[in-house]
Write a protein that binds this ligand. Structure first.
Ligand code: GLN
Length: 444
């Protein structure tokens, strides 16, 4: 497969033009987007921007590292001049007046924002079905959910509707669609990538990251979007971590939670890799039994607080009047948990559990370098199929702990179960994305 860096070389050498690259994608989008429901809004300036890049190249002026590459952006990441509506009626026509830091960085390297893509409403969901503008379809099999909440970013890469995409991950929303769509999705360390310009779901857990076809492409994009940013005080500069010759891998026991075929596929892949590379495997366990409870307590409370700005006076419409079921469930739940008479009791409990989970990871990372487990416990359901809230939340049982601990993780395609893609998840200590990339490339 031709990588993104190679494509940029072709554009810079004139073998391919930025204009042609944009036109190729627009043609495919024009033919298939109606059915797949991936793009909500296209950037009408994309071709013009591509022409400007081509002209610079023709005139031998310098261009950026991403010259002419096309990006699909999740509709909760602010892009100046484009509708950033979180796939909600609440913000239906809201045009962002500024660029998120990640967008600014991509533009500085001459990437072209092709458009804004579908998602679960306000990033609340794991299937792509809670969008107010209809579900996104999975390009691998259009009857299936593509996963969520970054349904559009995952499906856009799988449908070849862009060179790469940006999503957000609060509890699994980059990794889950990457797994179901058979692409690579990186959830960076909390603080590695600026959240400035991200419409928040749960500020203490949210991260922005890339979805792409290969690990190498993900690394390429991550290296451009990462870094300290004065607009997000939780960001830090990453110190270069050297890759290792041999890793000790912690393989998580997931039998109690995962479909047997999913668990055995991931175990087999890990063992095969370890044998080939001479890695040691240790069986470990994670506090999976408290993962979802802790996560949803934090999310309900922080999301309720985050939504108070949508009061209909400043941005868009009043959220209580225009949001869908899942968003309303969280607003109601969050306001209940946060009632004054409870004096923060539940949130404090969740913070205690969070401290415990962080400590568990710290202890584990003294014994192993990287942790491997499935990205999701099961294969994708059919769009529209009745599933309970608990079943929906359980999709993220293997991903939320990573956000709670603030560490990094990536989902890499591992194979098929019942003809449906399944991702293998690699977790590293904070700011050790390099190790994930190294291992991920060996797995591909
Ligand atoms: N599915 C999870 C939720 O609904 C994760 C969402 C996310 O990571 N944005 O909260």
């Amino acid at each position: 497969m031709k990588g993104l860096q190679e494509k940029v070389k072709e554009i810079k050498s004139g073998k391919l033009t930025a204009t042609k690259n944009v036109a190729n994608f627009l043609k495919k989008i024009d033919e298939k987007n109606k059915d797949l429901n991936i793009y909500l809004h296209l950037n009408s300036e994309a071709l013009k921007q591509a022409e400007e890049i081509d002209l610079k190249i023709k005139n031998k002026k310098s261009v950026g590292k991403l010259a002419g590459l096309c990006v699909a952006v999740k509709s909760c990441i602010s892009v100046k001049g484009l509708i950033t509506n979180c796939a909600s009626k609440v913000l239906e026509d809201y045009v962002s007046p500024y660029d998120a830091t990640v967008i600014k960085k991509l533009r500085e390297e001459d990437a072209i924002i092709l458009g804004m893509v579908n998602m679960d409403e306000f990033a609340c969901g794991g299937s792509g079905e809670t969008s107010a503008f209809g579900p996104t379809k999975n390009p691998v099999n259009t009857q299936l959910i593509p996963g969520g909440s970054s349904s559009g970013p995952g499906a856009a890469v799988a449908a070849d509707f862009c060179d790469f995409s940006l999503g957000s991950d609060t509890g699994g929303s980059i990794r889950n669609p990457a797994s179901h769509c058979g692409v690579v999705g990186l959830k960076p360390t909390y603080g590695a990538v600026s959240r400035y310009g991200l419409l928040d779901l749960c500020m203490s857990l949210d991260t922005i990251g890339p979805l792409a076809k290969t690990v190498e492409d993900s690394q390429f994009i991550f290296d451009i979007i990462k870094g300290q940013d004065n607009f997000d005080t939780t960001t830090k500069e990453e110190t270069e971590i050297k890759i290792k010759k041999k890793y000790t891998i912690g393989l998580v026991d997931v039998k109690k939670y995962a479909k047997p075929e999913v668990a055995s596929l991931i175990e087999e892949r890990t063992k095969k890799l370890a044998k080939k590379e001479g890695y040691e495997i240790k069986k470990i366990s994670l506090p999976l039994d408290i993962s979802l409870e802790t996560y949803y307590l934090l999310v309900y409370v922080e999301f309720f607080s985050a939504t108070r700005k949508y009061d209909g006076r400043r941005f868009g419409k009043k959220i209580e009047d225009f949001a869908g079921h899942e968003v309303l469930r969280r607003i109601l739940g969050g306001s209940e948990i946060s009632r004054a008479e409870f004096k923060g009791k539940y949130y404090r409990e969740a913070l205690k559990a969070r401290a415990f989970i962080r400590q568990q990871f710290e202890t584990l990372f003294k014994e192993v370098d990287l942790i491997i487990l499935p990205t999701v416990p099961r294969t994708a359901h059919k769009i529209g199929e009745e599933i309970t809230v608990e079943e929906m939340y359980a999709y993220d049982i293997f991903t939320v702990l990573v956000n709670i601990a603030g560490v990094a993780a990536m989902s890499v395609p591992a194979g098929l179960v019942d003809k449906k893609p399944i991702g293998l998840q690699i977790i590293s200590p904070q700011f050790h994305e390099n190790w994930i990339f190294d291992l991920g490339k060996k797995l591909e």
